[in-house]
Design a protein around this ligand. Structure first.
Ligand code: MTE
Length: 455
């Protein structure tokens, strides 16, 4: 395998690696990312993990170090010899000050205005599958709004027996469900279509989050209004922000698992994520999860609104745009170790990542440590749920030589996540949306991890 990171993307043979181009990553961004992608805390964490594992390998089954060598356990720490803070001094709990580097981040220069923009979730710092509410990614077309729930209304109209308007109180009296689902923007990994463009997993895959959502099934409301289910084929969802976001959704999905949600991770939605009401459309690209939801219209054909003709359509190799390709297909990514991080030495590592599919459950994740020549099956951590993130882990002992790490998801329909070459054969190279290709991370001899692309 050729491990040079130089080379032209289009002529590179299989197994050749491409370097992230310098032009996307400004010096400022590089400085920000090197301090944010792997701060001293996280480096320390990796170093400690390595030391613990090395000790384990040397000393047999026990992970413990000899107590006499570590003053941190022998001598009292400042916090063990004084009174702590009073209860409720932080009435709404905040993360530890030692974790302040874990933030949603914008990609400088990606969008002309901060309102029509995106803030990426720091996937490299997450455990398990739930995204903390304050770190959920944000994607707005016209900025976020803080809607007064007393003034908020949801109207259901169109092909219904009786058009109705609901208050939040009306909705929250109805029978509710709570379900865990991922949301992924159709543009996630969009910058990587041409080449390995950005340095960290936060920027390659961070338009992705996963929460427990609570609300009333859309079917309940359609039944309540007497939707004409014989003739109606679609619903249109409309938001209440300045962008008037409108998306057509198939009636099949609407009657299946779509939720009109007010809850996220056990509390009301955050304003950035649609407070007080958003649509949850499991498995479908994020744009259809209309925030600040104000209206559902029932109809017999798609609406072709501005948000479904100029955006979120796929430019195919023949130059024709493909429309309404909404399902987010099987995809996975290794989050630790990932771009911008560094391994602190040879030895044991727990390689960890996320896998998901808009068509069902994750059945298997395979991991390669040699750029795709050989694959090993990873452990899937429970729960493994429908249209939800699945956490995978696999043991690895790094021998100090350069390697390429990859993960490949297979979902319950048997669909296997494609390599870049396979994706481009069908889709060409002019798309922005729906990139679910296998992600490669190169580990150099120094232990530094880089975003690279393999065909
Ligand atoms: N709904 C409204 N009303 N306005 C918007 O700008 N953005 C959409 C969707 N719903 C948007 C919206 C897009 S493109 C995505 S990817 C998701 O919301 C992002 O949801 P989040 O900000 O909660 O992550």
């Amino acid at each position: 395998m050729n491990v040079s990171r130089d080379g032209d993307s289009r002529s590179a043979p299989i197994g050749r690696i491409r370097k992230a181009p310098e032009n996307f990553v400004t010096p400022d961004l590089r400085a920000e990312i090197s301090s944010a992608g792997l701060d001293s805390e996280r480096r320390g964490f990796l170093r400690r993990s390595f030391l613990a594992a090395a000790a384990a390998l040397a000393a047999g089954p026990s992970l413990a170090r000899a107590a006499e060598s570590d003053p941190m356990i022998l001598q009292p720490r400042p916090w063990s010899t004084k009174l702590g803070n009073p209860v409720a001094s932080s009435p709404y709990g905040q993360p530890s000050s030692f974790e302040s580097n874990l933030q949603r981040r914008q990609s400088p220069g990606l969008t002309p205005t901060p309102q029509a923009s995106v803030a990426f979730a720091p996937l490299q710092g997450f455990f398990g599958i739930i995204t903390p509410s304050g770190l959920h990614f944000e994607r707005h077309h016209q900025g976020w709004v803080d809607v007064d729930p007393e003034q908020h209304r949801l109207m259901i109209n169109g092909m219904v027996k009786e058009a109705k308007v609901y208050t939040m109180d009306d909705l929250m009296r109805l029978p509710s469900v709570s379900r865990m689902h991922f949301i992924e923007c159709g543009a996630n990994t969009g910058m990587e279509w041409g080449n390995a463009a950005v340095p960290t997993v936060q920027y390659t895959h961070g338009m992705l989050s996963c929460c427990e959502f609570t609300g009333v099934p859309l079917k309940t409301l359609l039944d309540d209004c007497g939707a004409d289910l014989k003739n109606a084929k679609f619903v249109l969802a409309e938001g209440n922000d300045g962008s008037s976001m409108t998306r057509t959704i198939s009636m099949e999905a609407a009657l299946d698992d779509v939720i009109v949600a007010w809850g996220m991770n056990g509390e009301m939605l955050r304003p950035e994520n649609g407070y007080p009401l958003r649509l949850v459309v499991p498995g479908v690209q994020g744009v259809s999860w209309v925030k600040w939801l104000r209206r559902i219209e029932v109809g017999d054909q798609p609406w072709n609104t501005k948000d479904e003709t100029s955006h979120y359509v796929d430019m195919m190799p023949d130059g024709i745009h493909r429309q309404y390709t909404s399902i987010q297909e099987a995809k996975s990514v290794i989050t630790t170790p990932s771009g911008g991080q560094a391994l602190m030495g040879k030895g044991f590592y727990n390689v960890s990542g996320l896998a998901w599919s808009g068509r069902g459950k994750i059945k298997q994740v395979d991991v390669s440590f040699d750029g795709g020549s050989n694959w090993k099956t990873a452990r899937l951590e429970t729960p493994v749920l429908d249209k939800c993130l699945t956490r995978f882990n696999i043991d690895w002992v790094w021998d100090g030589s350069p390697v390429i790490l990859q993960s490949r998801a297979t979902d319950s329909t048997g669909f296997v996540q494609p390599r870049y070459r396979q994706l481009r054969e069908v889709r060409g190279t002019r798309s922005t949306y729906h990139n679910n290709a296998i992600q490669s991370w190169q580990v150099d001899e120094s232990g530094e991890v880089f975003n690279v692309q393999m065909d």
